[in-house]
Design a protein around this ligand. Structure first.
Ligand code: M6R
Length: 364
């Protein structure tokens, strides 16, 4: 049932404020600034290292989580693609916690990577959407993301719910390790509680995105740029676009531009820049200006303050609400998803069933 939407993907994008508030309610008890995990939970105090493993969109959720666990909880983090991890057979030093992220909980490579870690990692955690899945059953602690059934092949609400649960887990780790004051924790918890409301506001960019997508649909290649927490999101934005619109899209950390990809820039190359007005804004904008100096067409996604500062000479813009910097990638996922969706519509491709793809990849 598409609940009045044309596609499951549109329905699942629109559902995000509701499912996220559900996820938040499960992990952040009302009237308390503390994190509640299911079952026995986990104490991160003695954890030496965290290894995060997944595929596709879930892998980009892990890449985002690396920034959170390192910056907030000061835990060294490794992130790997499951199909590489499992055959590389990496050593897992004592004190390693392994965490697997999977919407379906049945992805073959992720499950094999989990099995490799049995008896080697101190604990095996999973962040999953299907509680009765193999990955959930075979981990010591399974953390459900409460996204509800996701049908569109392009993952949307599962991604933002994965991010939300991973951020909450990083906050718990920061508190367990004494790396975060109660005030800072309360500040992050309040920001998360405000997130569903902000997501509703972000969904209002639909009209602006539609216009941008019309023009993007004529492109052969699209480049996505971001720094810090916006870098993994740029990767996710590029994956979404290629999956359903079949336009070749790539993402780079903005600072990598001058190490090669800037050679691609010309007047035919739209560049999507994701840059909330945060501590890294000026750096990203200077990379954006390097693109414009080479006639690259920039679509800038930022907040009102960012756009007021950097609007000159850009091709198009999408305005996001102002947001706590730590949760920005969850909010900015919305325009990235809508951009892919409307570009696919403009191209007339099959949004819910893109060619060559399956919802759940249970073979290698
Ligand atoms: O079920 P999983 O989260 O383990 O699936 C992982 C990937 O196959 C999945 O995220 C895929 O990349 C999506 N089609 C992305 O939209």
């Amino acid at each position: 049932d598409k609940a009045g939407h044309k596609h499951f993907m549109a329905k699942e994008i629109a559902e995000q404020p509701a499912v996220l508030s559900d996820a938040i309610r499960h992990y952040l008890p009302a009237n308390e600034d503390s994190v509640r995990l299911p079952g026995e939970g986990i104490d991160f105090a003695g954890v030496q290292r965290l290894t995060l493993v997944a595929c596709g969109t879930a892998y980009y959720a892990c890449l985002t989580a690396k920034y959170w666990f390192e910056q907030l909880a000061r835990i060294p983090v490794e992130v790997d693609i499951a199909s590489e991890f499992r055959y590389r057979e990496p050593p897992l030093p004592a004190g390693t916690v392994a965490l697997f992220v999977s919407q379906s909980g049945e992805t073959a490579d992720t499950l094999a990577a989990l099995r490799y870690c049995k008896g080697k990692a101190d604990r095996i955690l999973s962040v999953i959407n299907v509680p009765e899945s193999s990955i959930a059953r075979e981990s010591d602690l399974a953390l459900p993301i409460h996204a509800g059934v996701e049908i569109g092949v392009a993952s949307t609400k599962a991604f933002t719910c994965q991010l939300t649960v991973l951020l909450i887990l990083a906050l718990k780790a920061a508190a367990d390790r004494g790396e975060m004051t109660p005030e800072a924790l309360a500040d992050h918890v309040a920001a998360l509680r405000g997130l569903p409301h902000l997501l509703n506001a972000a969904l209002e960019c639909d009209g602006a995105v539609r216009g941008a997508a019309q023009r993007l649909s004529a492109a052969r290649d699209v480049l996505f740029l971001g720094r810090g927490l916006m870098y993994p999101l740029a990767l996710e934005g590029a994956l979404k676009l290629k999956e359903i619109s079949y336009i070749h899209a790539e993402a780079y950390a903005a600072g990598e531009l001058k190490h090669g990809p800037i050679a691609l820039i010309d007047s035919e190359m739209p560049v999507v820049v994701m840059a909330p007005k945060d501590a890294l804004f000026d750096k990203t904008i200077s990379n954006m200006q390097e693109v414009m100096a080479r006639e690259g067409k920039v679509l800038l996604i930022s907040d009102a303050a960012g756009l007021a500062e950097a609007q000159e000479g850009i091709w198009m813009s999408i305005t996001m609400p102002r947001v706590h910097p730590a949760i920005a990638p969850i909010l900015y996922a919305v325009p990235a998803q809508l951009l892919a969706y409307h570009t696919a519509i403009a191209k007339g491709t099959d949004v819910d069933q893109p060619r060559n793809l399956a919802k759940s990849v249970t073979v290698e």
